[in-house]
Design a binder for this molecule. Structure first.
Ligand SMILES: [Zn+2]
Length: 368
């Protein structure tokens, strides 16, 4: 069973303060938990950041590299929305645990993601608190409904005066919207993949959609190089470990590849769609964690004898499931040394280990 495994040297831990703790906050009237999707989403971005974090100077003052939004962890459960200016034109807006990007031009405003479950109304209130200009462009970051299902209401509201609205999405997002018959307004402009571009009031944006995806088949990074900003929904969630099964990535290799591709772009601030404003250390931490758990899993998969779990009385799949659990237990013991302060480790790690086992089976030795 373990013949596909190969050893890989462990990387040394760097000096970055990355340890954080997650806690489950009470659900507030401003952030009701409706259904499993909403509850899972509510869990996003719950990290309590360490004391070394530098906080924003003011919500309308551009953020310095590495700064976090003041009191984000508490405010996302109480404030109707949170606004933080990042650069000259770019603002980060959080509604509950969901984030949009707002770009203010000379004549209008561009919004990346209309959000879901009634959050568009608060998002538009946030936009109005930033600028009196009308929303003239809407971008779908990808096709997942927890980020775009409010598009019908959003579009109806911003076009009620008869003003035209550009709606932009990649060709892959257009395909996914059609395939799943999603009830959102059709894009008026289609962005090419794997590398596309669009302009908004003279501001040049590039859009990168890796074919071996790190979250969904239409996951893209929207990069505004002139102001060193990137929006990439559901890839890197500042303060938290990678989400279930490595963000539903195509493979662990494609997950790490997507994070690496993100780091190859020139940006200082990241909007990850959830969580606080991200910086490059957040993406580097994801790579470090992935390397660590890959090394620990490879070691455990070699050490735990698969044959001990074969039971002729049981269905054969039982051996794989029980062996995977034993491997996971050993990985958890290894990872506790470095990541033990994190409360999300024990919950997310099993899915990460299972993804590594799956990739070993599917892709063979060297898959990582
Ligand atoms: Zn998604």
């Amino acid at each position: 069973m373990a013949t596909f495994l190969s050893k890989r040297p462990r990387r040394q831990a760097n000096n970055r303060v990355s340890a954080s703790t997650a806690h489950c906050p009470p659900t507030s009237p401003a952030s009701p938990c409706r259904g499993i999707g909403a509850c899972l989403a509510l869990l996003a971005g719950m990290a309590t950041l360490g004391a070394s974090v530098a906080w924003a100077d003011a919500s309308m003052t551009p953020l310095k590299a590495g700064q976090r939004v003041a009191d984000y962890d508490a405010r996302k459960h109480t404030d109707p929305y949170i606004v933080q200016r990042l650069t000259e034109h770019v603002y980060w807006v959080a509604v509950d645990s969901f984030n949009s990007t707002v770009v203010v031009g000379e004549e209008g405003v561009l919004v990346i993601d209309p959000l879901s479950e009634g959050r568009a109304e608060r998002l538009l209130a946030a936009v109005a608190s930033i600028s009196d200009l009308p929303v003239t462009a809407l971008v779908y970051s990808h096709s997942h409904m927890d980020h775009i299902s409010d598009a019908p209401d959003f579009v109806a509201k911003v076009t009620e005066s008869g003003r035209p609205l550009r709606i932009l999405a990649t060709d892959k997002t257009v395909q996914q919207i059609a395939y799943y018959s999603k009830d959102v307004p059709a894009p008026t402009e289609v962005i090419a993949t794997p590398v596309g571009a669009f302009e908004f009031e003279g501001m040049a944006w590039r859009v990168h959609t890796p074919p071996d995806y790190g979250h969904s088949i239409d996951s893209s990074t929207f990069h505004f190089a002139a102001e060193q900003f990137a929006h990439c929904t559901d890839m890197v969630e500042p303060g938290n470990l990678p989400f279930l099964n490595f963000n539903s990535a195509m493979s662990v290799k494609s997950f790490a590849g997507a994070v690496q591709s993100l780091l190859e772009l020139d940006w200082r601030h990241l909007n990850g769609g959830h969580g606080d404003v991200g910086n490059r250390a957040d993406a580097e931490f994801y790579l470090e964690y992935t390397e660590d758990i890959t090394a620990a899993a490879l070691q455990a998969m070699q050490a735990v004898d698969f044959t001990k779990f074969i039971n002729p009385e049981d269905h054969p799949i039982g051996a794989l499931v029980n062996w995977s659990q034993a491997v996971s237990d050993q990985v958890l013991a290894t990872m506790q040394a470095k990541y033990g302060a994190r409360k999300d480790l024990k919950h997310l790690m099993l899915g990460h280990v299972q993804a590594l086992i799956r990739d070993g089976v599917l892709h063979g030795e060297g898959a990582y």
